[in-house]
Design a protein around this ligand. Structure first.
Ligand SMILES: C[S@@+](CC[C@H](N)C(=O)[O-])C[C@H]1O[C@@H](n2cnc3c(N)ncnc32)[C@H](O)[C@@H]1O
Length: 228
């Protein structure tokens, strides 16, 4: 078995980034899935004056929309892959003339979910197509670290691949729509809702499966909320 946790441990070369391959590396459907992230957050009440942390922000597929929507300086991104952060800033942010809305220090290279390194608290958090690539204990670590850096009643929107009640979790599953094959023990992972509830059982988070499910590759939208 490979020692990598997921494919994102590989840095893209400068040549790959100049060819725009970073967009496919994070899953493609650049415009549609980027915009989808903003749409879901707007529905949940994201306002320009709020601070948002995008965990596993990659090369800012959703970030470019969020940087435009939020007041300057209110978007924060964290990712374990430095080359994707660089591609996001030097290509995607720059060509859209958005540098004045995103201080480079708001993008952090970190693989241990140390969101406290920003030194601020967040009203909103996002993890889009991140849990699909993480073992369950990493998801729990992410939730524990994040809870300490959210304001009271903070909201955390995430996506994951579900092993629904009628599915044997030990077997692979072909997700619909999209046809992605997911696994109990390798990337891309699927989980039961009860697995995610286990992650927060000793945490201040409340978890709900959202009603509006429109991910084109069958990922499920979930919302973690803090009571106070
Ligand atoms: C499918 S990409 C999604 C990127 C972005 N959210 C988007 O929608 O385009 C998954 C991202 O998670 C990042 N990632 C994987 N493990 C991570 C970790 N432990 N901490 C932070 N980021 C991680 C990868 O580097 C990659 O950028």
């Amino acid at each position: 078995m490979a020692s990598e946790i997921n494919q994102y441990e590989r840095d893209l070369s400068g040549e790959e980034i100049s060819k725009g391959l970073h967009r496919a590396f994070v899953g493609g459907m650049w415009d549609e899935i980027g915009r989808l992230q903003l749409d879901h957050l707007l529905r949940l009440g994201l306002k320009p004056h709020m601070r948002l942390i995008d965990i596993g922000c990659g090369c800012l597929r959703g970030g470019i929309h969020l940087v435009r929507h939020l007041d300057p300086g209110n978007y924060f991104g964290l990712d374990s892959n430095r080359s994707l952060l660089d591609a996001g800033y030097s290509q995607e942010i720059t060509v859209r003339n958005l540098r004045n809305r995103l201080p480079k220090s708001n993008l952090l290279h970190d693989k241990n979910f140390r969101v406290d390194r920003f030194g601020v608290n967040f009203e909103f958090a996002l993890a889009f197509s991140l849990f699909t690539h993480l073992p369950l204990n990493h998801i729990k670590l992410c939730l524990v670290k994040l809870a300490a850096c959210m304001v009271p009643r903070g909201k955390f929107l995430a996506t994951f691949f579900e092993s629904p009640p009628n599915h044997d979790w030990t077997r692979s599953r072909t997700q619909n729509p999209g046809g992605v094959v997911t696994w109990p023990d390798q990337d891309p992972y699927h989980y039961k809702m009860s697995d995610l509830n286990w992650c927060i059982q000793d945490q201040p988070w409340r978890l709900e499966r959202l009603e509006n499910q429109d991910h084109p590759r069958g990922q499920i939208f979930i919302l973690f909320s803090l009571a106070s």
